[in-house]
Design a protein around this ligand. Structure first.
Ligand code: SF4
Ligand code: F3S
Length: 106
């Protein structure tokens, strides 16, 4: 499955949602996750994310390994999101910021 990692935090551009053929994105307050059992590994979401937050599990950078667990844990708990929406107001400001893990609202 594909995994949403740290760069999505406080951005939530949702371009990924629009291209997913199986609607397997789920929405938290300032982050999205992918349901690992629903993702069909089509790869459509990876190139459209403006923050480059999406990776195939096998290519997830080591420092973001935790996000594999976070996607699996929160996808069943958060509401499904199937349509693109406006990005968060602070998205441009936070797009290239590193070390956003502490800002993740779970
Ligand atoms: Fe959806 Fe394809 Fe991305 Fe999986 S890889 S989340 S199926 S767009
Ligand atoms: Fe997040 Fe990128 Fe999607 S910022 S909402 S993973 S397009």
């Amino acid at each position: 499955a594909y995994v949403v990692a740290e760069p999505c935090i406080k951005c939530k551009y949702t371009d990924c949602v629009e291209v997913c053929p199986v609607n397997c994105f789920y929405e938290g307050a300032n982050f999205l996750v992918i349901h690992p059992d629903e993702c069909i590994d089509c790869g459509a979401c990876e190139p459209v994310c403006p923050t480059k937050a999406i990776f195939p599990e096998s290519e997830l950078p080591k420092e973001w390994k935790e996000y594999q667990k976070l996607n699996a844990e929160y996808a069943p708990q958060w509401p499904n999101i199937a349509e693109k929406r406006a990005a968060l107001p602070e998205a441009e400001e936070y797009k290239d910021k590193k070390g956003k893990r502490d800002l993740l609202e779970l």
